[in-house]
Design a protein around this ligand. Sequence first.
Ligand code: GLC
Length: 693
Amino acid sequence: MRIWPLLAVVLIIASCKTSAQSVKTSDRISTQVDSVLALMTLQEKIGQMTIYTTDWESTGPTIKAGYQNDIRSGDCGSLFNSHTVAFTRKLQEIAVNESRLGIPLLFGYDVIHGYKTIFPIPLAESCSWDMAAMEQSASIAAAESAAAGLHWTFAPMVDISREPRWGRVMEGAGEDPYLGSLVARARVKGFQGNNFNGTDKVLACIKHFAGYGAPIAGRDYNTVDMSERTFRDFYFPPYKAGIEAGARTVMTSFNDLDGIPSTGNKWLLSDVLRKENGFTGFIVTDYTSINEMVNHGFAADEKHAGELAANAGVDMDMQGGVFQRYLKESIAAGIVSEKMVDEAVRRILRIKFELGLFKDPFKYCNEQREKAVVFAPAHLDAARDIARKSIVLLKNNNKTLPLTKGKSIALVGPLAADRGNLIGAWSGAGEGDKCVSVLDAFQERAAKDGFKLMHSKGCAIEGTDTSGFAEAVRIGREADIIIAVIGESKDMSGEASSRAHITIPGVQEQFIKALVATGKPVVVVLMNGRPLTFPWIAEHASAIVEAWWLGSRGGPAIGDVLYGDYNPSGKLTMTFPRDIGQVPIYYNLKNTGRPYDPNTKWNSRYQDIVNSPQYPFGYGLSYTTFTYDSMIVTRKDYTFSDTIIATVNVKNTGSVAGEEIVQFYVRDLVGSVTRPLKELKGFEKNKTGAGRE
Ligand code: GLC
């Protein structure tokens, strides 16, 4: 006999009891949680601490067959990689109608930069430095996800990284802790809003805790080794910001940090996250990261790994099934306390109550809302808007850009007509074929404005075939200007996608050389998920636009910028090296005792390359120019807790309106420890008319 009615009775009593005393919501929820906990067997408690992927998609090495039976038996309290109202309703019905207690499931998914309306990859969005735009992007992603039956996104990824070889830099906000913290806050706010009373917000998940973005040699999952000072100064701030913004979940990272795998790291999870920073939500592991502590050589076997994870503070085991298989035995042996399990289950049940799932397990299951919200035209317009803001103009010799209307164009390159790659890595339920390519956008413009548009692919992203060069060169000679759209494939970045050489793959650079040899101006549009090295192109192209992976409306956004309908305002949030040999290279470096001097020997330099990057953090051009003058700071001396107020006059000295991101950096000249040459501590993005201040 299912006791869902009994659970309902218990919840009604619990609600009546607490509402009579009109106690705060959180106390009411505590009473309700305790009432449910009291009904649960130990196996059911452990079930709430277990999440499995469905077989709809795979985001890791294993898929567990028969997860439906785990739901029925109460051995699985959450699922991921399952979405749409139809599918989540079906699974929720199993939980609510076929399990003993009918505790509703939580549905999670990697909605990293959009559910169906795909936004620019997070690294691209961060180059907009526009927190309101990033909050809106996350808010739309939340609305579409919730409309599709989802309760929880495994985002924002807030791992700071100085490692362009690491494929997951595409998922974060670059190398700076101050900017990364603001972005973390904006995204949590966008996903979660102020409460879950409606049906358009989802749980955020701060990941990957912690230090995942600093793998040695840039190889995903590799060892992370840094001092606590480096961790707290440069890598921890965005995690902290996300917690302070109210994120309700945190995901542990695969890596070890200073020898201790994050998933079994009591200092990280219990001391830093909970005690020091007051995190009250629940901690989920990454995909089988408990099991992987055996590979790390930190656990003797999976049972031992489960004990280490539980005692470190992990609440939910993602996909590993370790808690399900061994935790009961560990509790019986007194190695893990049932009291600790109760605390973990309380945190998970509380969040299910906060979402309103006990009141209505099908609250997020409305097919009419799903049809109305997913891919809404307003969402696609917003995607185009933030895509334009994410574009960074890296070079513009002789005002090659903006394009002159009416001029004939040769649009070439392997990514010019490509739609599928525009969604980038970690694009979940995104549909590449629904993107609008650069060629689509230019064909629409040509039809409206009547200019001559020619297209030829020229070459592939990878491979050695140069047979397509000739046709592309031919149309290039015929056109007034050549636009070459080149770069990586979307699968060259993202998880398990590190690259030792971050050059532009295949024969694309040779292709650009052939185009430049025509003598026509060549505009290079880059599509990539990480900083790349392209010194020859940097020197010889007429103009270079960093377009990243811009999502559903990437093509039109690129057209808007190339034609000057939008004056590019993006600034890099991650340093572009000249050569992989400079990596790690980042702006907030220290002076050292022998600071760089290219003209003498005995200093911190290379024999074969300068120290400076190809393009630094904070760099980006505009179609107009700005001058800065008369910067004033309110005082000469400051104490540690003082606020520095700096003002500067910024004048638009060009002929078109534009947005400038005014950046404020500080340097601690003499510290009790060595400090970076410069640290970003403030910025403002302002739009000014031509010739105006
Ligand atoms: C993956 C990723 C993590 C993701 C999780 C669920 O391995 O590391 O970011 O949220 O598994 O898909």
